[in-house]
Design a protein around this ligand. Sequence first.
Ligand SMILES: [Fe+2]
Ligand SMILES: [Fe+2]
Length: 318
Amino acid sequence: MTLQQIYDLALDLGIQADPRGEAGVKKLLVRNKKEHEEMTAKQKKYFDNESLKNPYSDSRILVGDSKLEVKKVIAGIDADASEVLLTDRLNQKGEKIDLLISHHPSGHALASLHEVMDVQVDMFAAAGVPANVAHALFEQRMQEVKRRVGPINHGQTVDAAKLLNIPLLALHTIWDNMGNDFMKKHLGKKVFDTAGEVLERVKEIPEFVEATKGKEAPSLVSGTEKSRAGKVVVGFTGGTNPSKELYIELAKAGVGTLIEMHVPEEALKELKKLHINVIDCGHMAADSIGANIFLDALEKKGVKVIACSGLIRIKRTK
Ligand SMILES: [Fe+2]
Ligand SMILES: [Fe+2]
């Protein structure tokens, strides 16, 4: 496959798994196009043209020619200069890796992380929060995230990859959408009586079985096993966590149990006060789910995969 074909496949799968549905994503792309058309020539100069077809600014080709033929990839949850060096070292030992794929983004895909949080407005609306309230609170939260991410050294990984000529692809929200969709399907339509029952169902997933062996099992960080489950909501996608204020809105909307990849301490304190049960799945194992579903699709197309950087590689294809 070429690097472009890999990127296009990721985009297709990411859109298919998007919580807004394919129609919701199309609507967003139409809105981006309209905004672009109405821009001045000066504004257009700095416009990210890729956003006209890819709504996930945190999922992009960061280094490499799109026509590059890719036979083998190395994929991990994080890639910084160490993974770039690791790839180069493995190639020195004869591995012939053509592409490094990282889940957590770097470069402009990290600087624009806040832009993908828009999806959470729809997720919160689906959970019962009035869309106008979710939208207003997310506008604030996006600015907080922008300020938090702003000072990070975004260029470090990309610079290392360019110097060593290692093609680099970031697939963040795309994989998170896939993981989120998998979780929702895994929970299915079943009505759970207790938070403990939800936790047991979550722990059946092979990535979490592996994580449990490493003492990183999903656990209830708010509520007890006997707590009533109430409405169960999965929060595996949308860039990063919502704010404390947004969690309060979820409680008002009647959400009983939240399933998260990780929860900030400040938000957790609030969730405990609100009596919302929280299952903390464990970050690396949770991020591995979307990664694995995508990497299975790549392997099916004949691309070889090496896992690195915290990725718990589980294959679902036979
Ligand atoms: Fe993730
Ligand atoms: Fe993550």
